[in-house]
Design a protein around this ligand. Structure first.
Ligand code: AMP
Ligand code: MG
Length: 361
């Protein structure tokens, strides 16, 4: 198992406030580190008194501990209880902590044409991408993969009647790994705002949402090469934006010389092919997280149509051959440090409003 959790990181030093003679604009910065969702979460707040910063830190610790417990896909949690009851087909009262993720997850899955599919928990478990893994293990039995693909579990197999949840398809098992972190970051930012904090960044192992500014300057987000060696681009983020990346290097294992990564194409049951990494910028972190996973599966030939349908406006995709695919708006705002990149510029992503349901494939 190989993990490179810090694909993106915030370049703090590069964003110090400009020095204005006779007027120091440097706002106090407070950073807290919290462990959740299998990664270290860095919460930085700016321009607040130490007492409020301490309150924010303890609120974030509590919030992330609760979220970590609630949405755990394999340790006993409200989610594992839901997964135990779904195959019975009988309606049951869904835990309130899980309901919003089911609702958001269903809408995002539909918009992605079910390439982002949080109902494929069985496939993810079959591949061994839940729990602790050995460094190397054989891939699952092809017949078992095929049976799960044929069962075609989807979020739209679920029925929610008030709080009563049931599944028409016994193969549905929920796994929020592809967007739970984004949803958690959205809740964290909402909580910080409720506490009166206007400038903050919540960075979970490189996936982040930033609000406000860094003392009047944009936050500068460094994008690392998918190899993990150095930075190839810088993205300026200001106002309220989230940056999320899905990559084949984040979680994988090698067996008999072949590498198997953790982003599964629900249509084949195997790790998605053709993509190395996808970075998405979007206002809310939940959508950015789900979209990064969906566009990874869509690959270099179909990411554009899926981004369009999910309402995403900034995409950067590195395909398996190393070509950098971007839409023009992303190309306009990104500062590329590597000069010799092979770049494929797409048609613009148009603002057609909210994404609708259906299947683009
Ligand atoms: P991310 O790093 O956000 O792309 O999320 C990857 C994680 O989401 C994996 O470790 C799985 O738990 C889960 N996952 C894998 N493939 C999919 C998929 N096609 N749709 C939804 N979740 C997925
Ligand atoms: Mg994701």
């Amino acid at each position: 198992m190989k993990r490179h959790p810090f694909l993106l990181f915030v370049l703090m030093l590069a964003t110090v406030a400009p020095t204005i003679p006779g007027c120091s604009r440097k706002a106090p910065t407070h950073t807290a580190m919290i462990y959740a969702f299998g990664t270290l979460i860095e919460v930085t707040v700016l321009g607040v008194k130490p007492q409020l910063a301490a309150q924010a830190e303890s609120a974030m610790e509590k919030d992330f501990a609760t979220m970590h417990h609630t949405w755990h896909a394999w340790e006993e949690s409200p989610l594992t209880r839901v997964n135990r009851l779904l195959p019975t087909g009988t309606p049951f009262a869904a835990p309130p902590s899980v309901l919003p993720l089911i609702e958001r997850g269903t809408r995002l899955a539909e918009a992605s044409g079910h390439l982002f599919n949080p109902a494929i928990g069985k496939l993810i478990a079959l591949w061994g991408f839940q729990g602790q893994h050995s460094d190397s293990h054989p891939p699952p039995d092809p017949a078992a993969i095929q049976a799960l693909v044929k069962a075609n579990p989807r979020m739209t197999d679920l029925t929610l009647d008030g709080i009563m949840l049931s599944s028409r398809n016994p193969a549905v098992q929920l796994d929020f790994g592809a967007f739970g972190k984004g949803y958690g970051i959205d809740l964290a930012i909402q909580h910080l705002r409720e506490m009166g904090i206007r400038n903050a960044i919540v960075n979970a192992g490189g996936d982040l949402r930033a609000i406000g500014s860094r003392d009047g300057m944009p936050w500068r987000i460094a994008i690392r090469r998918p190899s993990g060696n150095g930075v190839f681009a810088i993205l300026k983020v200001e106002g309220d934006e989230s940056v999320f990346t899905s990559g084949d290097y984040e979680r994988n294992f090698i067996y008999a010389g072949k590498r198997y990564h953790h982003i599964i194409d629900p249509r084949t049951g195997y790790p998605a092919e053709g993509t190395h990494s996808v970075t998405v910028v979007h206002s809310d972190a939940t959508t950015a997280d789900a979209a990064a996973t969906a566009l990874f599966v869509a690959g270099p030939d179909h990411w554009h149509e899926v981004a369009q349908r999910m309402g995403v406006r900034y995409v950067l995709l590195i395909d398996s051959a190393g070509t950098l695919h971007m839409n023009p708006a992303m190309a306009n705002r990104i500062e590329l440090l590597d000069r010799d990149l092979d770049i494929a510029l797409s048609e613009p992503l148009e603002d057609k409003g909210a994404a609708g349901p259906g299947d683009p494939h």
